[in-house]
Design a protein around this ligand. Structure first.
Ligand code: ZN
Length: 221
């Protein structure tokens, strides 16, 4: 689609009014007029691209950085428990707009937003078939050469059910432990607090998303 026919290019150029929450020379963030949830933000590159693989690396990097900050702003301002950041590349993935966009949505439990992924099964043979198809393509794109030999000897104490990787799951809501020494012994399925500059504020070893929201509402530093 030509840029002059793209509604999102017109929004980016200011020809169509939109509720802008952020703008710089590369990207624009607006409130979705048909939000999946209150606070649903669309983050758009100003330069027209249809899907992410067409984007310049520099713009992808910048978009990711802005998405991170918008996500933090949503948690801080909307007092939500988390955010979902979502991209549909192509109609098969559910893309409806002709212009690339990143959806950044504030999330709360029981907010009715359906982004739950089905849990499929892939046996060792199929896993290898997928791997040998994908790995050379990744190597070509990124210059990375994964180990092609993926056949592993199964040791008696490493049966399939034991080596099955755990799917990423949101943690169950649990009371915040009062013990400040628990931070290093959290179960692996719990989302750790952001590290780096935020670590200093994490004096109490807080571990739930509620605490992250509270933590972020105190400000970035
Ligand atoms: Zn466009």
């Amino acid at each position: 689609m030509a840029e002059d026919q793209c509604i999102f290019c017109h929004i980016a150029q200011g020809n169509i009014p939109a509720k802008k929450v952020y703008e710089d020379d590369k990207v624009l963030a607006v409130l979705d007029i048909n939000p999946a949830v209150q606070g649903h933000i669309l983050l758009l590159p100003k330069e027209h691209v249809a899907v992410m693989p067409q984007m310049k690396d520099e713009i992808v990097a910048h978009t990711g950085m802005v998405a991170k900050q918008l996500s933090a702003s949503l948690i801080r301002s909307m007092k939500v428990e988390g955010t979902s950041i979502f991209v549909a590349n192509g109609a098969a993935a559910g893309q409806r707009a002709p212009h690339f966009m990143m959806h950044i949505m504030p999330r709360s439990k029981n907010d009715g937003v359906k982004l739950d992924l089905p849990e499929g099964k892939l046996d060792e043979k199929m896993m290898n078939m997928v791997f040998v198809k994908l790995a050379p393509a990744v190597g070509k794109q990124l210059g990375f050469e994964p180990k092609v030999s993926v056949q592993k000897e199964e040791t008696p104490d490493k049966k399939k059910e034991n080596v099955k990787p755990e799917k990423e799951k949101l943690p169950k809501k649990e009371p915040v432990p009062d013990d400040s020494n628990k931070a290093d012994t959290l179960p692996s399925n719990q989302i750790p607090l952001p590290k780096k500059e935020n670590t200093a504020k994490n004096a109490k070893g807080q571990d739930s998303l509620d605490d992250i929201a509270d933590f972020l509402t105190r400000g970035p530093k």
